[in-house]
Design a protein around this ligand. Structure first.
Ligand SMILES: NC(=O)c1ccc[n+]([C@@H]2O[C@H](COP(=O)([O-])OP(=O)(O)OC[C@H]3O[C@@H](n4cnc5c(N)ncnc54)[C@H](O)[C@@H]3O)[C@@H](O)[C@H]2O)c1
Length: 257
């Protein structure tokens, strides 16, 4: 079979080339993997993070490979930063077709007795409230076009329970519930919202005691950021137009949902 034909039909099937995306937390780990996958499929990306040097390096690498990636200092806790990210996508790429809410923080392995109110509020704000705030600020642009894809990154911790960080699990559970409710509200505007709840992915967020064995990963390896990039590309693309309100779990068979 002609390779060009295969590649062209894949592009047509996904219809991602020329789309505009915002990816949060794109300087490291899964977010960098998502930015790379989307960029390689022809998506113009506004890559947001607070780690400016790492972000610039990701953007440089992807742009050198032929992508169109704009690195932007954006602290998702600051509404003015969110507004600037949305405006950048509108000004540079003509709108926001895809929003990927990936940026988050972890608890570092705290038990419930180690958490005080301030620590609870910190993680709920970062991992849940900021997701809501970003969605609210892209919605007018998606509604105007009557189309949009929102992909939120949750976690297996929201589904299976975990040994620590109940505030992380609670925030990530909220991300799933928010996605389901908004899917119901937004379908009439052709805005589709789905959630990815990854298993163990090899990034700096992985805690020292995590392993293939401890997580019962049937395929025998940790996930890679590109595994989540591939799932995100699918959910951002026309190939998933019959999906909304769903939770996909790339986890190597670690648990079944
Ligand atoms: N690694 C895993 O095993 C795993 C499993 C399940 C879910 N997740 C989720 O995947 C996502 C990415 O995690 P990761 O493992 O790549 O971690 P990571 O720490 O490598 O990446 C997180 C990124 O978010 C950025 N970030 C943090 N706070 C920010 C803020 N206020 N504003 C903007 N950017 C900010 C960080 O600078 C970093 O670049 C998170 O939502 C995480 O909860 C990870």
């Amino acid at each position: 079979m002609n390779e060009r034909y295969v590649i062209q039909s894949m592009y047509d099937y996904f219809k991602l080339a020329g789309k505009s995306a915002i990816v949060t937390g794109a300087a490291n780990g899964i977010g960098a993997g998502i930015a790379e996958t989307l960029s390689s499929l022809g998506v113009n990306v506004v890559a947001c993070d607070i780690e400016d040097d790492a972000l610039a390096e990701v953007a440089r690498r992807l742009n050198e490979a032929g992508g169109t990636v704009t690195p932007l200092h954006c602290d998702i806790r600051r509404t003015e930063d969110i507004d600037r990210a949305v405006q950048t996508a509108v000004d540079s790429y003509g709108g926001v077709d895809i929003l990927v809410n990936n940026a988050a923080g972890c608890g570092g392995g705290k038990k419930i007795d180690d958490i005080d109110d301030a620590e609870w509020d910190r993680l709920i704000e970062l991992n849940l409230t900021c997701v809501y705030k970003f969605i609210m600020r892209v919605l007018p642009h998606m509604r105007a076009k009557k189309s949009g894809k929102i992909v939120n990154i949750s976690s297996g911790a929201a589904i299976t329970g975990d040994w620590s960080d109940p505030h992380y699990a609670a925030a990530k559970g909220g991300v799933i519930s928010l996605g389901r409710e908004l899917a119901v509200e937004l379908a009439k505007d052709h805005i589709y919202i789905n959630t990815i709840a990854p298993g163990l992915i090899r990034t700096r967020m992985v805690l020292p005691w995590e392993s293939v064995e401890a997580n019962n990963i049937l395929v025998g390896r940790l996930g890679e950021p590109g595994d989540i990039g591939a799932t995100t590309a699918f959910l951002a693309s026309a190939a998933s137009d019959f999906y909304t309100g769903q939770v996909l779990c790339p986890n190597g068979g670690s648990w079944m949902y």
